[in-house]
Ligand binder design. Structure first.
Ligand SMILES: *Cc1c(COP(=O)(O)O)cnc(C)c1O
Length: 217
C-alpha cells in the first residue's frame, strides 16, 4: 500500500460515514523505518509524522527539517518526565499524557516557556498491566486534574489490545471523551483505521500500511 492508497481509503470511508475527510488527521508513523522510506513519503508531500521515542526522533528529524518545510511531529510513545523538556521543544502534539507526575512536569514547562504542545490523554482501555495509559475508571478525575493545570487537553488516545475487537475500545474512548467535553480522538492504526473513522477518530496513526513492515534489529 502507499500514501495515495491510504488517503483514498480515508476519503472514501469518511464520506461513507457522512464525515468530512478534512476532520481526520493522518499521522504517518515513521518509527524504526529506514530514512529512505521516510524521505519518499516526504517527497510525496506528506508533512505529519508520528514517532514513539524522543531520542530516535531527535536523531533523525533535524536533517529532514533542513530539507522540507512545515514538518509536524507527533509523539505517540511513552514519555518519561526526564525527557519532557526535549519533547515539548520538538513535538507539536503529545498523545501520551497518562499520569499526574507527567502532567505536573508539562505544566511547569508550559509556564516557563509560555506555550505547550497539544495534548491527548492516553487511556489504557484494555486495562492491560504492561501497557501505558490512565485506567478508564481514573480518566474523568485525571482529565479534570490536567485541565486545572491549564494544560491544553485536545482529546483522548488509545491502543486497543491486539487480540480484541477494536471497536469496543474505540466506543469506550469516544464515550469518555464526550462526557468530558473533549473533541479529539486519536485512535486507529494500519489494521483498524477505517473502523476508527466510522467511530469518530480525528487522528489516525498509520505506520506499516504506508511505509511497509517495520524491521527491527
Ligand atoms: C507503531 C504505532 C502505530 C502504528 O502502527 P501500524 O500498525 O504500523 O500502523 C500507531 N500508534 C502507536 C502508538 C504506535 O506505537
Amino acid at each position: 500500500m502507499s500514501l495515495t492508497d491510504i488517503s483514498a481509503r480515508i476519503d472514501a470511508h469518511a464520506q461513507a460515514h457522512g464525515r468530512d475527510p478534512a476532520g481526520i488527521t493522518l499521522i504517518a508513523v515513521s518509527k524504526v523505518q529506514p530514512p529512505e522510506r521516510v524521505q519518499a513519503v516526504l517527497e510525496q508531500g506528506h508533512r505529519i509524522y508520528g514517532e514513539n521515542r524522543v531520542q530516535e526522533a531527535l536523531g533523525r528529524w533535524p536533517d529532514f527539517q533542513a530539507q522540507f518545510d512545515g514538518i509536524d511531529l507527533h509523539l505517540i510513545g511513552p514519555l518519561q518526565t526526564n525527557k519532557a523538556r526535549q519533547a515539548v521543544e520538538f513535538f507539536s502534539t503529545i498523545h501520551t499524557l497518562d499520569r499526574p507526575k507527567l502532567a505536573k512536569r508539562l505544566a511547569d514547562l508550559a509556564q516557563e516557556r509560555g506555550s505547550c504542545p497539544d495534548l491527548f490523554v492516553q487511556l489504557n482501555t484494555g486495562e492491560e498491566p504492561q501497557k501505558a495509559g490512565c485506567l478508564p475508571s481514573d480518566a474523568d478525575a485525571f482529565i479534570a486534574e490536567a485541565q486545572a493545570m491549564d494544560l491544553p487537553i485536545k482529546g483522548l488516545m488509545c491502543i486497543p489490545p491486539v487480540e480484541e475487537e477494536p471497536s469496543l475500545h474505540f466506543a469506550l474512548l469516544s464515550k469518555i471523551a464526550a462526557r468530558n467535553g473533549l473533541q479529539g480522538l486519536s485512535m486507529g492504526m494500519s489494521s483498524d483505521f477505517e473502523t476508527a473513522i466510522s467511530q469518530g477518530a480525528t487522528h489516525i496513526r498509520v505506520g506499516s500500511a504506508i511505509f511497509g513492515e517495520r524491521e527491527y534489529g
